[in-house]
Design a protein around this ligand. Sequence first.
Ligand code: ADP
Ligand code: MG
Length: 254
Amino acid sequence: MLKKSVYQTVAPDSVIRLQKVNKWYGEFHVLKDINLDVKKGEKIVICGPSGSGKSTMIRCINHLEEHQLGQITVAGTELTEDLKNIELVRREVGMCFQHFNLFPHLTVLENCTLAPIWVKKIPRKEAEELAINYLKRVRIAEQAHKFPGQLSGGQQQRVAIARSLCMQPQVMLFDEPTSALDPEMVREVLDVMVELASDGMTMLCVTHEMGFAREVADRVIFMDAGEIIEQNSPEEFFSNPQFDRTQNFLQQII
Ligand code: ADP
Ligand code: MG
């Protein structure tokens, strides 16, 4: 008999695939038959009202939350209960949250080298060189020896992005990375994300920064009540929303 491989066959250019994904919190049906295919290099913006399941969907993709039905495949590996698969997927997926989640007792540089050294077993010196490179890319290398608490929110978020990049992931997930920032710091984080996008990173971003969506997204996805209601190119999505729910949402945020 053919032994079931841990690898799922997906189109080679598909980095993330969700097929009929369903999730419940107790009785509450939070994700309903979510289908999503993210190609290599694609940039997707996800928007929708608070409570619509955006964070839950993003968190399922690196198994911070567990889905109960359907299939999630990331970089060729299907997320099952198998810890090996979860680990494989997490290596390929970088994540940035609203509240940066940096380790407060470690310096910026140590935040960036911890996982490469301990998870990827990269020699310290090499990990530090890699980290300095990414810290330069987010224009914060001069703060490498400070602690997160000594930096502004915008700086901390840029460090969080650099930290994720140090694992050299195939895809980056962002969950409202600018919504906890003071307004004057939003742009510096968005600029880094725009650069990352133009470098070809595959990105899935939950954000209500519609300027960013217009500038960067190949596709904008609108979620409501646990469902993907519609998805389209930014031009079509903003100028010609198909559903009342999308129109209402856009009226509120634009
Ligand atoms: P969004 O990111 O779109 O605001 P979430 O994915 O955070 O939405 O939440 C979707 C729904 O699931 C909300 O109604 C929220 O209250 C509920 N929810 C989120 N996390 C949990 C949890 N751990 N346990 C129970 N309910 C949750
Ligand atoms: Mg959320």
